[in-house]
Design a protein around this ligand. Structure first.
Ligand SMILES: Cc1cc2nc3c(=O)[nH]c(=O)nc-3n(C[C@H](O)[C@H](O)[C@H](O)COP(=O)(O)OP(=O)(O)OC[C@H]3O[C@@H](n4cnc5c(N)ncnc54)[C@H](O)[C@@H]3O)c2cc1C
Ligand code: SF4
Ligand code: SF4
Length: 1024
């Protein structure tokens, strides 16, 4: 289950941050609004900057941001704003791709407080939820009932139900389930004037009874609906595209089809004529008609099992030819991947092995998934498909006698099949693999979304793709094609540089031409992501003048002063929406970091490239239980936008591009509120689709801050923890007793700011190095060794936990490795790096590289026990030095388990199975995860004979010194609680963790009985 932190970390009296800036714009408005509601309203510059963007290419600073806690709050805000014609914008996860959550308005963030499930009715298969409830969280709660909210937008673990209704969202399985509108049973909604009402199923008679063109707002809405059904129904039925997926314009085709009892495109039965569900009219309305404060949605059973096949084609056109015949087999999903994305996947270690099994001439694939009653049924469906489309294949099952056969020739070359969950997941992952690479461009030209989700009748896909490619060529750019071929929705993100006038021309020209093509072929400008700022302008062309007027009339009926998210879906002629306006990057955009960066940024197009890299997708807002991975622990603990990687990236870009004050990025306030709370876990460097490296940006900003303002005593102490540890060891046991004297910790907290409740590390008088020398050094002679390794004596292992070092020596020697523990190496510089003392870290790095380079050249490997130190050598030294020697050292450095696993050294070790009796729970280290090296320990532990449950856990929250800092202690605790809950839920018993900080944090777990050992100690325990 997802974890709600028990308290807001910023509410700790010692916390020096409150998620806001002191600089408040329109304080009178904020005060007025706060007087009419019970919730928080923010008008400060940081909050407004944070809500100025979504996942689209647009940016517009809002008027204020409110965090409603109740329907009454929403009603209060609307009543106030309508009276003064102040625009209002409801917002969920802010993951929209077309700019519909970007407006000059009072933004209402529903995800902060108005989330949660009110009721699940398993028999009636419905759930009633508040609008800020994340779809992934709802589905998690439905799991025990074998039910799910069926529409599955790819970002469902970050999207709220209010946003899914606002966009009429759907996903890869829309062939099976359609869009969100089909699942809305009823809503509670607040109208533009603050009236609270309910929409649901109504008969035409009921609508007639409630309709009054001269009545109150609600009566006027019913009157307009009645008018549309009476006067515009034929035009709507004739003009709307005959598509399963169309989310542009208002959802009027469903309204008319329900009233008439007509079948919807794709075959959905709308029931008896004469009844309509007005709640469904809000689907796809993008917050422009009313604000939803509660929704009852219907649910679907989770399918028993699934079966997947991957069909290979010579090119995209041949794949498109095959879509229609494939649809005759009734698949749940048909997804396409073109040559650009396949090539990107081919280059990755993860997917190379899969793509190698495809015929060499494969340049496009279709992934076809079936839902099945059982395994045999799944195999039979795939067999039916392959018998028809890939006759040369020898499928695992037998096709059913009535499996469809097409009379068209098949261009498919071959097919893969996948039936068990991991194999299916691998093929799905391949389908989704290329997009992150597309999105990680740090150049000014980016693959942006503006015509990225057109929908076309599947039979016309071949012609559409050919002509689309010609349009791109005519506008001198290119794109790749991927996604939902089955329902005719292709994702296409052309490469455009909107910082140039030429880029703006391309943007407009391509969108205009593609709209013409779509209209000609009977398609839609949006089959998935909605109108927003990118596509509203084309609705008139798509639907014609008369229906455009109907849209305007409907909008006026719901929202007489056009205060609800104005300019989206439809606009007033006096205030047209133009896709070239309010872009995040336009020709007027200027960037000035305000200082010279000190790290290497060459591979990122300069630091500017990294600061501008976040595309706002909201991927860093996923919960641990639904999204997994590391990113972003501080958001998971606080649920505050400013603590997500996106929040930090938006604030930093705002500060460096003039949206905030010049020099803001290195002000006290900015460092405290925005940068300090980044715990430097590096989760974003691997989990973010664009690989935004916030830890590196934080190091730069903190460094510059120190340069200008000096550093605190505490920062300097933590940066010099290696020296402190050396003295701690020399003075042990006295050094361990001193902090325990009465009043010592209180004084330490008062003077230095070190949390008095946090146990401090203890020091050993005899260091790991001492032990190694006393035993006479290496016991495996270099000449007889399998390999030779420098076992780096990291600070923690050397002075505080020599057991891990001793265990590593035992295991390495058992594997025949010649081990050396040198005296001439300092610490890695990790503490200085994390605290932003980059010159000191660079100096340390240089010394270590100088000392190690000749040994690396002489064939020595460098093996490190503490993960954050290993990653320092493997990754951060490249940022500090960027030299060939640093690169060679990086290539020769291994975490201790990585070393054993990479060279399969454990195969030469005799393990005693009787010793490996513990069932282990493994918590990895976030830094090791950031360089994709965290899996090695699990493999080694298993081969040593242990049962291991590897947690999909993030950062422990200690993060070096972060958890010791009194103003950050409650944030650290809140992050730790997420990990504690995972440990409690694990079927494993004894916890193991490679990181020193993590082990300290895990020792503080309420029912912990020991400081968890490192994996290498447990491996050593299993030696014969
Ligand atoms: C990487 C990525 C993949 C995506 N994949 C898909 C996909 O597969 N399918 C898909 O459909 N979409 C997809 N999207 C788009 C987006 O994630 C979905 O449309 C999502 O459902 C929006 O949810 P949200 O909570 O982020 O809504 P937001 O973006 O916050 O809001 C969406 C709209 O709903 C309105 N709204 C929000 N709350 C309310 C409310 N309480 N009352 C009335 N209106 C409200 C907003 O004003 C806005 O117009 C994707 C986006 C990204 C970044
Ligand atoms: S930081 Fe990454 S995951 Fe978060 S919004 Fe930006 S691009 Fe998406
Ligand atoms: S480094 Fe960690 S805490 Fe900082 S933004 Fe990235 S994921 Fe979040």
């Amino acid at each position: 289950m997802s974890l709600e932190p028990s308290a807001d970390p910023a509410a700790d009296r010692r916390a020096n941050y409150d998620y806001r800036s002191d600089d408040v714009d329109r304080p009178a408005l904020v005060a007025d609004l706060e007087a009419v509601v019970d919730c928080e309203v923010r008008g400060d510059s940081y909050s407004r900057q944070l809500y100025a963007t979504d996942a689209s290419a647009y940016e517009l600073t809002p008027i204020a941001v409110a965090f409603p806690e109740s329907t009454a709050d929403v009603a209060g805000i609307l009543e106030y704003c309508e009276a003064r014609e102040i625009p209002v914008l409801p917002r969920g996860g802010g993951t929209s791709l077309a700019g519909q959550t970007v407006n000059r308005a009072v933004v209402l963030d529903f995800t902060r407080h108005m989330d949660g499930i009110r009721e699940i009715d398993p028999e009636g298969r419905t759930a009633t939820v508040r609008p800020g409830t994340i779809l992934g969280t709802l589905n998690e709660a439905l799991e025990p009932h074998d039910l799910k909210f069926a529409p599955d937008p790819a970002w469902g673990d970050k999207s709220a139900i209010g946003g899914a209704i606002g966009n009429n969202s759907t996903g890869a399985h829309s062939l099976q389930y359609g869009k969100t509108d089909a699942y809305i049973e009823g809503v509670e909604a607040v109208l533009a004037d603050g009236t609270v009402t309910r929409f649901g199923e109504s008969t035409r008679e009921e609508i007639g009874e409630r309709a009054d063109p001269d009545g109150d707002l609600e009566a006027r809405i019913y009157a307009e609906v009645q008018r549309i059904l009476e006067e515009d129904a034929d035009r709507i039925a004739d003009t709307y595209p005959d598509l399963k997926r169309n989310v542009s314009g208002y959802n009027l085709d469903r309204l008319v089809a329900e009233a008439r009892g007509d079948e919807l495109p794709g075959g959905e039965d709308t029931g008896e004529p004469g009844t309509v569900n007005l709640a469904r009219l809000l689907a796809g309305s993008e917050g422009t008609l009313a604000i939803i404060t509660e929704a009852t949605v219907s649910l679907e059973p989770v399918p028993e099992t699934k079966a997947v096949s991957l069909l290979c084609y010579r090119d995209l056109h041949e794949a498109m030819e095959d879509v229609e015949p494939i649809l005759a087999h009734d698949p749940a999903a048909v997804e396409v991947l073109d040559d650009v994305l396949l090539d990107l996947a081919r280059d990755t270690a993860e997917f190379g092995p899969v793509t190698e099994t495809l015929p060499e001439e494969t340049n496009a694939v279709l992934l076809v998934e079936f839902y099945a009653a059982d395994a045999d049924h799944g195999k039979a469906q795939v067999a039916g498909l392959l018998a028809d489309r890939v006759p040369s294949a020898t499928p695992a099952g037998e096709p059913a006698d009535d499996a469809p056969r097409s009379d068209t020739e098949t261009p498919a070359l071959a097919a893969l099949e996948a039936y068990d969950a991991p194999e299916r997941a691998k093929l799905w992952k391949l389908r989704k693999s290329g997009l992150p690479i597309l999105l990680s461009r740090t150049t000014d030209a980016k693959h942006i979304s503006f015509i990225e989700d057109t929908a076309i009748p599947p039979a016309k896909l071949p012609e559409f793709v050919e002509r689309f490619e010609a349009i791109l060529e005519a506008h001198d750019t290119y794109a790749s094609f991927y996604a939902h071929a089955g329902p005719g929705v292709l994702h296409v993100r052309p490469l455009v540089n909107t910082k140039t006038e030429i880029g703006l021309e391309q943007l407009h020209g391509i969108a205009d031409d593609v709209t013409d093509l779509v209209v000609e072929l009977g398609g839609s400008v949006s089959g998935e992501h909605g109108d927003g700022r990118a596509r509203t302008q084309w609705n008139r062309k798509r639907y014609g003048d008369d229906l455009w007027e109907t849209f305007q009339d409907l909008k006026t009926a719901f929202d007489p002063d056009w205060i609800l998210n104005p300019g989206q879906v439809v606009f007033r002629e006096a205030e047209p929406t133009d896709l070239r306006e309010n872009l995040r990057f336009d020709p007027d955009y200027e960037f000035d970091a305000g200082f010279e960066p000190t790290l290497e940024w060459d591979t990122d197009n300069g630091m500017q490239g990294m600061v501008e890299l976040c595309h706002g997708c909201g991927g860093c807002r996923g919960e641990q239980s639904t999204t997994g991975g590391v990113m972003c622990p501080t958001y998971r603990a606080s649920h505050e936008e400013i603590t997500a990687t996106r929040g930090r990236a938006n604030a930093l870009r705002g500060a460096m591009s003039g949206d905030l004050d010049p020099d803001e990025a290195v002000s006290d306030e900015f460092v405290e509120e925005v940068m300090d709370l980044c715990i430097g876990c590096k989760g974003c460097a691997i989990d973010c689709p664009s690989e935004v490296d916030m830890a590196k940006l934080k190091a730069e900003v903190t460094h510059e801050y120190h340069e200008r303002n000096g550093a605190t005593l505490r920062d300097r102490l933590f940066a010099n923890v290696a020296t402190l540890s050396k003295w701690g060891s020399r003075l042990a046991p006295l050094s361990n007793v001193l902090p325990k004297l009465p009043g010592a910790r209180t004084a330490l907290e008062a003077v230095v700011g070190i949390d008095s409740d946090r146990p401090l590390p203890t020091f050993r008088a005899k260091t790991f190095r001492d032990w190694f020398h006393e035993r006479g050094g290496a016991r495996i002679d270099e000449r007889n060794a399998t390999r030779k390794a420098i076992l780096y004596p990291d600070t923690y292992t050397n002075y505080s936990h020599p057991e891990a070092g001793k265990a590593a020596v035992r295991v390495l020697e058992a594997a025949g490795v010649h081990v050396a523990v040198p005296d001439d190496l300092g610490d890695t510089g990790r503490p200085a790096f994390s605290k932003g003392f980059l010159e000191k870290a660079r100096e340390t790095a240089r010394e270590n590289v100088t000392a190690l380079a000749p040994r690396v050249a002489d064939g020595w490997d460098v093996v490190v026990i503490e993960p954050s130190d290993a990653v320092m050598f493997q990754s951060d030294y490249l940022d500090l030095l960027g030299s060939d020697a640093a690169e060679r050292l990086a290539g020769s450095t291994y975490g201790v388990c990585e070393y054993l696993d990479t060279f399969r050294l454990d195969e030469g070790i005799a393990f005693d199975e009787r010793a490996a009796t513990d069932d282990l729970v493994y918590h990895g280290h976030c830094h090791q995860q950031s360089v994709a090296k965290d899996h090695h320990a699990v493999g080694i532990l298993r081969r040593a004979g242990y049962a291991v449950d590897p947690l999909d856990s993030g950062c422990c929250g200690m993060a070096g010194s972060f958890g010791y800092e009194s103003e950050h202690a409650s944030m650290s605790d809140a992050i730790a609680e997420i990990l504690y809950e995972q440990v409690e839920d694990s079927p494993g018993g004894r916890v193991v963790a490679p990181g020193a900080s993590c082990r300290t944090q895990l020792e503080n777990r309420p029912d912990a009985t020991e400081e968890p050992p490192t994996p290498i100690e447990v491996v050593a325990d299993a030696l014969e």
